[in-house]
Design a binder for this molecule. Structure first.
Ligand code: XMP
Length: 515
């Protein structure tokens, strides 16, 4: 396997933002890997890291069951940066002292630099550096060999360093966006303290992933449920490069796709990945018959999930020697990720339960990446812009956007309205600026007037939102003229719709989808 020069191991003590540290390190051009703090020291040593970063975590140092510092990490003799819990661990285990804060300190604080340090290199001493705090404990005495390098109003020791040993620690979170000089500080640690070279790129990620997939899969076959979304398509492209014909993609059309989507996805994949094994299965009649009369959203999801697994399994069983299931899991799908205290996957993951049922191992090459990084991988793999910037689409498809009973006619109505929304977003240049934009068919009819006659027809809601990761979202402030055009086109062109409304709710407390 190709040996990369610079690599940083992030030791994870369970913080929700550990992935952000990894992301910042990657953005600085250095390969990084997150390892749970329970990883044996030999495994970490075998990676030959050029530096270690100790993450934050929810525990209180010294409490029963709290993670402690593996002193073997210090014997690796590489620079260490401790963040929050990581700082407290260093203080506690190297002979300093900690105290419990009377109140947990959350949020903004102003950093006062009190000693020169490589960590502060290039920081403008004349402007206030805002840092982001989130802690219950704090260091009251630094260990021998350390000096205090920064404080805040609330904390006498906000950062400390043992420069001779290359050990640095900060109580705040440099990885979060709100810490104004955080990126600079992390880069100072990587380049000035650890003297690493920025030699990691998306291309090296792709090359490494391909090699890893190849090694893992060996001679066996892999099945992949292709949805046409960017995540599963990128996994297909990576695996196609890695193992060619050993990859078997299955595209299940459940009859709840966007207008013409089934055909478009298949054509696009064939055009960009020549020779790809791709089976198109039209199971729309089966799905629609099972959904007949079902109005409860959870029931709909369950029926679709179960039927999907059934159809997929039948197809997959006809392929020999399948040992792996490829999946486009990305980091936000993984709530606690590789947290040392267990893995929790979002409950609406589309093929949940499938690996256990089919006794398959998972291949998830994107599980450490954020969506925008996946898009960069897609570009690196030469996938088309139309795919890279495609809006996310839920696994159960239009079923969760047709409120109430699902019939063929209602699917057709929504497909038409939805395609107008997308057409207008694209024509006006807004498609790429919003996170998601779609139409929802409401389970009610209202009175209208067309020509001289009264109508009593359906209402379509427009849901168009801005977001960075779908965890939070706000309704997009689209120009009125654009909304007006969408509305009049839908009412004029889509038979059976006489009213269009715009959803102006944020998430939370609403959600992006209506069901
Ligand atoms: P909500 O509605 O929870 O949506 O705010 C957040 C993001 O997740 C998508 N979503 C789903 N994706 N299966 C999926 O694959 C689902 O059941 C599902 N429900 C919501 C939604 O489109 C948005 O991007």
């Amino acid at each position: 396997m190709q040996q990369l020069q610079s690599r940083v191991i992030i030791i994870d003590y369970g913080s929700q933002v550990t992935q952000l540290i990894a992301r910042r390190v990657r953005e600085a051009g250095i390969y990084s890997e997150i390892m749970p703090c329970t990883t044996p020291i030999e495994t970490i040593a075998a990676e030959k890291p050029g530096a270690l970063i100790l993450s934050g975590g929810p525990d209180s140092v010294g409490d029963e069951g709290a993670f402690s510092l593996d002193m073997g990490l210090l014997d690796l003799n590489v620079p260490i940066l401790g963040i929050c819990y990581g700082m407290q661990l260093l203080a506690h285990h190297l002979g300093g002292a900690l105290a419990t804060s009377t109140e947990r300190e959350y949020g903004r604080a102003e950093l006062e630099i009190c000693a020169d340090s490589l960590l502060w290199d290039g920081l403008d001493q004349n402007t206030v550096s805002v840092v982001w705090m989130s802690h219950g404990n704090h260091v009251t005495k630094v260990p021998e060999g350390f000096k205090i390098i920064a404080r805040t109003k609330a904390l006498d020791i906000a950062a400390m360093a043992d420069e001779a040993r290359g050990i640095y620690a900060v109580q705040f979170h440099p990885e979060v966006h709100h810490t104004t000089d955080g990126i600079r500080m992390l880069q100072n640690f990587l380049f000035k303290v650890a003297r690493l070279k920025p030699d990691w790129t998306m291309r090296s990620f792709v090359e490494r992933s391909i090699e890893e997939c190849r090694e893992k899969v060996g001679q066996s076959n892999v099945v992949l449920a292709l949805s046409g979304g960017v995540d599963s398509s990128v996994v297909a492209a990576l695996l196609h490069r890695a193992i060619g014909k050993q990859l078997h993609c299955i595209f299940v059309n459940h009859g709840l796709l966007r207008l013409n989507e089934g055909r478009e996805v298949v054509d696009m994949m064939h055009a960009h990945l020549p020779g790809l094994n791709l089976k198109y299965v039209d199971a729309s009649e089966l799905f629609l018959s099972r959904l007949k009369g079902v109005e409860d959203p959870e029931q709909k999801r369950k029926i679709i999930g179960r039927t999907f697994i059934e159809v997929f399994e039948e197809e997959a069983n006809s392929i020999e020697n399948v040992k792996f299931l490829g999946q486009g899991t990305v980091y936000p799908d993984v709530i606690e990720s590789i947290s040392p205290k267990g893995v929790v996957i979002k409950s609406h993951h589309n093929v949940g339960g499938l690996p256990e049922r089919m006794k398959l191992k998972l291949i998830e090459p994107l599980r450490e990446l954020f969506k925008d990084e996946v898009r960069k991988v897609a570009a690196e793999l030469g996938l088309p812009e139309s795919l890279i910037w495609r809006h996310p689409f839920p696994g159960p498809g239009l079923a969760v956007r047709i409120l109430g009973d699902i019939t063929k006619e209602r699917v057709a109505t929504l497909q038409k309205a939805d395609s107008i929304v997308r057409e207008e977003l694209k024509a006006s240049g807004w498609y790429g600026k919003v996170w998601q934009g779609f139409a929802v068919l409401l389970p009610l009819r209202t009175v209208g007037v067309m020509g001289d006659s009264r109508t009593y027809e359906n209402v379509v809601a427009l849901r168009i939102v801005d977001s960075v990761d779908a965890m939070t979202a706000d309704w997009s402030r689209l120009p009125n003229e654009l909304l007006a055009r969408m509305s009049s086109r839908i009412i004029n062109e889509v038979h059976g719709v006489n009213r269009v409304v715009y959803d102006i709710s944020s998430k939370p407390p609403s959600t992006i989808e209506w069901e």
